[in-house]
Design a protein around this ligand. Sequence first.
Ligand code: DAH
Length: 355
Amino acid sequence: MSESPDHSSLAPLRARLAAIPTLDAEALEAEAVALLGRKQGELTMRLKGLAALPIEEKRAMGGALNVLKNELEAAVEARRAELAQATSANANRDVDFSMPGRAQWPGTLHPVTVVVDEIVEIFRGLGFAVALGPEAEDEQHNFIALNFPPDHPAMDMHDTLYLDPEGASRPVGERMLLRTHTSPVQIRVMRDGPPPYRVVIPGTVYRNDAFDPSHAPAFSQIEGLAVDEGITFVDLKATLTHFAQRFLGADTRVRFRPSFFPFTEPSAEMDVGCRLCDGAGCAACKGTGWMEILGCGMVHENVLRDAGLDPERWTGFAFGMGPQRIAMQRYGLHDIRLLYGGDMRVLTQFGGVGR
Ligand code: DAH
């Protein structure tokens, strides 16, 4: 005779039903298969076992098992839903959607780049084109064609960075060096085609100088050259005065002091009224009320002739300025090394973003 139906035999299943709400996701799925799986599931097996029972027991046991099966299925479903919700809640827990986003830093133009761009733009407005030349230059362009006498001290090994020390024995003029100024590009422009010329030439130049508050071994210059028929010193003054007033403000005062450069005659230096003290005299302008911003002059006839131009027909003016110096004056920087140091607090504060 088979055993009588005993509801207590359902006790282990009831215990497992009670434990379902405590299971983690992995244990829950294992338990669902173990209890309800179609082939080997505990409930399935028991329901199959009913066939062997007498009709009365079959009915009683069958009813109880079906109730239990429904309860188990409901419990598994409920636990699944609970775990799914916990997972998505967890994923969101550390996110504060009200926090502002982290800004992308788009980069900033270097203060010297800002100054160079502005200066070039002003001259472009006056009809000047941009010309460029090599940083590795020969003595011919850097010095000789610019009317430096062959024994000029600027050509000394100690003053200029020669590229090939072994080549020191080469004939003067052919030795290669890092250009000490952008003026050699004047020669390249004039040899490249016939006048008229109106060019500005931005570029890096090199000198055998140690870093100190006002010197750097590599720095920028902007050169200018205008050659045409009938150009006079009036054109030089008018052009450079216009430039200073566009760059620094319409009320900027300028003055020209006589100076000397081998490649210009006459030569001058242009000062602007000190912006920091309004001409009263301060530390920045060393008490003079003026700041020098560029050298200039009328292109020397030897330079024109050497470039193949007839100085009786063609005349012109030239100028050269240092954007680092100008940036220092404009932004009130006391040490040129601030522009080289990579201190982003200095380099990012003068605008120029996204220009
Ligand atoms: N080349 C000069 C220097 O480096 C600057 C300069 C002065 C350039 C006068 C010029 C000029 O074109 O006319 O010191």
